[in-house]
Design a protein around this ligand. Sequence first.
Ligand code: ADP
Length: 461
Amino acid sequence: MPETPEQSATGRFDTVLIANRGEIAVRIQRACRDLGLKTVAICSEADREAPYGSTADSFLCIGPSTAAKSYLNQDAILLAARLAGAGAIHPGYGFLSENAAFASAAEKAGLTFIGPTSSSIATMGDKISAKRAMVAAGVPCVPGPDTALPDDPATIERIALEIGYPVIIKAAGGGGGRGMRVVPKADVLHEAIALTREEARKAFGSPSLYMEKFLEHPRHIEIQVICDDHGNAVWLGHRDCSMQRRHQKVVEEAPAAGIVPDIIQPVGMACVQACLQIGYRGVGTFEFLYEDGAFYFIEMNTRLQVEHPVTEMTSGVDIVQAQIKAAQGHVLDLAQGDVTCEGHSFECRINAEDPDSFLPSAGVVTHLALPTGPGIRVDTHIHAGYKVSPYYDSLIAKLIVHAPTRAEAMARMREALAGTEVEGISTNIPFLRALFEDGAFAQGETDIHYLEQWLKLRRAA
Ligand code: ADP
């Protein structure tokens, strides 16, 4: 256990407004109830029938269906918090969760933002300043300067040559897999920069770009951290999120297969050091690419992540509760030596989308059967009769399994997927079932391109 001076400022709030929707709204509400906290649920007009509305202590509709006018409407959310008497806001993931201005506005309104300080969010939200902070903390980064690309074409060419082709051009403010372009060789460099700069300006409001080595066959491995306000930080092991389609994660697992403690230990400790150095509070994830035995930092997510359950299953730590307790000012109640990783966990993202074309599928769920049994967890907000709205992300449920070994966890996921029935809308369940039959995936250690290649072969067959 860490040294525990005084439990300062505990119980700073007793009511939490959950500024999100869907499965994560349910998940956060549950954690609040477990901690004896009251909850305020909010919704857009499209989500008026949301099941978590009736289980919250208050439920307020804050605006029309489009996210910009509801879940992204900062003034409406702050007003709802005041009206409902909330003392804190939990942003969940997506929406306003990594918006430094919102975190700052919440604090100015006298509310606790359940997350890091707005300045930590701002530093990590800009990928260039994040990289600079990581270099300073000794975290290994992808080769390439930790400064924005200049305008001078000759200097840009020199930077690319120094890094060595292929390189990747990335927007400093990029996110969600957008604002990136691979440059295989010199003759398309300037065109790629011009296109990415224009995209970045339009999508992220900043033309700032940087360049790094494009790694050709990496895995995506990330490290979960949790920190308090008293100088304590721990890492909770690692996850592999290499199963991606269009840079979006589809299946996640913990731990990452084949990563021995000797190689990950120093990286985990460097992440902890980085947290202490930047005065980080709450939960966060350091994302790395892993290639040929080396780790390269790509970005930090300063929020709860969709895939946090796989780490909860293997570490036994309730990450959402720990996050809320950190925001309350509690001293972290576990030290690095207390952190263990037991067994193996997988998470499948069940999306309302066509399993072949991946186009979103909205409509009413006419029949729903969810799997149960040892080592099976389902995080969802849907039920039979639920209307899947076309306005938001297509994630309708997360299927999570835990078993002693990776092979047993895969078998358990096959079983769980076989027992999941969703009718009335299309889902990616058939695709997930097929993926869990794949031999190379079963072997483990596939890279970030594997899923796209697998899909291509499947379409061609
Ligand atoms: P975002 O914030 O949009 O998620 P990231 O920097 O986390 O962007 O990168 C998303 C994905 O893009 C990674 O998981 C990886 O698949 C790919 N990627 C990013 N940087 C590189 C790189 N230097 N080399 C190869 N692939 C990369």
